[in-house]
Ligand binder design. Structure first.
Ligand code: 13P
Length: 254
């Protein structure tokens, strides 16, 4: 963490919780995180957005979606646009999660298009990047992260990065209980920041928050979040349990 960047603790609920369950979970979470001085976000399924937004109105808790389409409107059955999310006053959106890339055919090109659309509509946009286990074992982690970062940020100007957040999520650490060590995670976040420096400039790269995601929990959060290039967490499993998530928030604000 660096004091010039905002600390973000974001939960990714993935495909969990119905609207009623979401309402209950948000209700439980709000008093637990109300004193937080960092950005606290939960990214919920589309159908839970309304309930989560209603329940969190007037509190500091920010609500996010887990994806969005790059076109504003049109014949794209089943898709949701950035304009729709913005009108609902959704604050955040996750783009390019590895599960979207692996199971739903998303590519670096569509991730870039989605990110540009989200930023155009003023959404805080969390772009996910991360290597597979075989890429790490082959020694090409840095190349993979640089390529994913550069392609995701193509056609973006430095001035448009105010609402940009990057999440480093090594695929081998997601949902496995095997988080990256603090050293591995920090080195990867540093590589991503270096790639951002090459695209834009030092000042821009030093302003963008880079989160770590992959089996972060209340036991490993302190070490991960104390690293100089890690500015927060993107948390899956542990974000479904309000006390665990709130504990990570507490650790983040120190
Ligand atoms: P887990 O915290 O369950 O490993 O999930 C991480 C993740 O994919 C967040 O987007």
């Amino acid at each position: 963490m660096n004091q010039h960047r905002k600390m973000v603790i974001a939960g990714n609920w993935k495909m969990n919780k119905t609207p009623n369950e979401a309402k209950q979970l948000v209700k439980k979470l709000i008093p637990l995180v109300s004193a937080a001085t960092c950005e606290v976000v939960i990214c919920v399924p589309y159908v839970d957005l309304h309930a989560a937004l209603e329940e969190s109105r007037g509190t500091g808790l920010k609500i996010g979606a887990q994806n969005c389409h790059y076109e504003t409107s049109g014949a794209f059955t089943g898709e949701i646009s950035a304009k729709m999310l913005a009108e609902m006053q959704v604050d955040y959106v996750i783009i390019g999660h590895s599960e979207r890339r692996a199971y739903f055919g998303e590519t670096d090109v569509t991730v870039n298009k989605r990110a540009l659309a989200c930023l155009k509509f003023g959404l805080n946009t969390i772009i996910c990047v991360g290597e597979t286990l075989s890429q790490r074992q082959a020694g090409i982690t840095e190349e993979v992260l640089r390529m994913q970062t550069k392609l995701a940020l193509a056609d973006l100007t430095a001035g448009e990065t105010d609402k940009l957040v990057i999440a480093y999520e090594p695929i081998w650490a997601i949902g496995t209980g095997l988080a990256a060590t603090a050293e591995i995670a920090n080195n990867a976040c540093f590589m991503i920041r270096s790639a951002i420096k090459e695209i834009f400039d030092d000042q821009t790269a030093n302003r963008i928050s880079i989160l770590y995601g992959g089996s972060m929990n209340k036991n490993n959060a302190a070490e991960l979040l104390s690293q100089p290039d890690i500015d927060g967490g993107l948390i899956g499993g542990a974000s479904l349990e309000p006390h665990d998530f709130a504990k990570i928030v507490e650790i983040a604000v120190g």
